[in-house]
Design a protein around this ligand. Structure first.
Ligand SMILES: *Cc1c(COP(=O)(O)O)cnc(C)c1O
Length: 403
């Protein structure tokens, strides 16, 4: 769609003008310090590259940070979801409710176990799954719900957990966006039966690739420890220390272990989590403030009951006020050097899920949101002038198409 309204004072970069930035500002980016590098080097010079002391150390640090009784690290956030679903006994014939506004991994993991991901709609103002959506989709085969804390905002868990108890559903929190957040004073990682985290470089802390599952239930944690290690209930180091070769495989697990090299990096990164979240929140508040009086878009609604971890800053364009569509706004901002992105293409619109029978029109809130959403750059090492450049580019691009 072309722009139908033109009020440009200055030529936009997409029309051949000079861009606001000369280099592209990504939407997310890791921060690596000298201490991080030293922590990794130390492991490389030690006797254990994997299944050694750094793994347990990082797990204990995550327990302390989240307040969860048990944390098990795994090789990535998707493995964390797979392990969590396995631990609560999901298998063929079961249904697991998953909001369609998420990264496809949240639904794919359900398929790994031969179960059916039942995709649900989301609240149009927060893009979170709600008790109401869950209630509409429960059947006699529903065994669990995966609640995604989209963008870093925890879902409204009190009604969700009450409903889940009533229907005997397990609650798995996909907390890949919300490490360091909280709901009514309860820290993310302690809500629901299990919570899953990702340490991909765009997330709050990174191990390159990595993930973790937290739970307060020792039996679920034990299942995950076995599942991530080929189905063997003791690890190599435990056998070494006990002076035994013996182990037994009770079922075929996976090799989903995180190495000591990665865990040392994660442990070092975790020290910065609080400071980084504060920085993310302060950038988000500046965006909120700058944009609040503008007619172009609305930020997502945030609840007073949560501390938002701001993995993403997502806006919803007010398309009826703009003479351009999202695709054009995306390209125009990219041309200005602003690395906007779209989170997410609703899962049910992907070819694999369409083959399972999902159709366009079925989950209207998520589909309408998908036409309007854009993720603006947000990461802790953004400078004041980086933030200003985003604001300037957004003003320039959107004011040129305002009706
Ligand atoms: C990142 C992410 C995952 C998957 O994590 P990986 O570490 O990339 O496997 C799952 N769910 C959500 C919501 C995510 O953002």
């Amino acid at each position: 769609m072309a722009r139908s309204v033109l009020k440009v004072n200055r030529k936009l970069a997409i029309d051949g003008g000079t861009p606001v930035r000369s280099t592209l500002l990504p939407y997310g980016k890791q921060s690596i310090s000298q201490e991080d590098i030293q922590a990794v080097t130390k492991v490389l010079e030690s006797a254990w590259l994997t299944t050694g002391p750094a793994v347990a150390h990082f797990e204990r640090s995550l327990e302390k940070k989240t307040g969860a009784k048990h944390v098990a690290t795994v090789s990535n956030g998707t493995a964390a979801l797979h392990a969590a679903l396995y631990a609560v006994g999901i298998g063929p014939g079961d249904e697991v409710l998953v909001p369609t506004m998420t990264f496809a991994a949240s639904a794919n993991a359900v398929r790994y176990l031969g179960a059916v991901p039942k995709l649900t709609d989301v609240d149009p103002t927060t893009l979170l799954i709600t008790a109401e959506e869950i209630s509409k989709n429960i059947s006699s085969r529903t065994k669990a719900v995966i609640c995604v804390d989209y963008a870093g905002q925890p879902c409204d868990y009190d009604p969700i957990i009450t409903l889940a108890k009533k229907h005997n559903l397990k609650v798995i929190v996909d907390a890949c966006h919300s490490l360091g957040g909280s709901y009514k004073g309860r820290r993310v990682g302690t809500i629901g039966d299990l919570s899953t985290f990702s340490f991909h470089p765009v997330k709050h802390i990174t191990t390159g690739e990595g993930g973790a599952v937290s739970t307060d239930h020792p039996n679920l944690n034990k299942k995950i420890l076995t599942f991530r290690n080929h189905g063997i209930s003791t690890d190599h180091r435990q056998r070494e220390e006990a002076g035994t070769f013996f182990y037994s495989v009770d079922e075929p697990g996976y090799n989903y272990r995180l190495s000591d090299i990665q865990c040392a990096l994660g442990d070092s990164q975790l020290k910065h989590l609080d400071e980084w979240i504060k920085k993310r929140q302060s950038i988000a508040f500046r965006y909120d403030k700058e944009f609040s009086s503008r007619p172009w878009f609305s930020p997502l609604r945030t609840s007073q009951a949560v501390s938002h971890a701001y993995h993403l800053y997502v806006i919803q364009l007010n398309l009826d006020r703009l003479g351009a569509d999202r695709a054009w706004v995306f390209s125009a901002l990219r041309a200005e050097g602003i690395g906007v992105n779209v989170h997410y293409i609703p899962v049910h619109l992907h070819p694999f899920y369409r083959e399972l029978g999902y159709k366009k029109g079925q989950l209207p809130n998520a589909e309408a949101a998908y036409e309007r959403i854009l993720t603006l750059p947000l990461f802790p090492t953004m400078s004041e002038s980086d933030v200003s450049s985003v604001i300037e580019a957004v003003e320039r691009v959107l004011s040129s198409v305002l009706k």
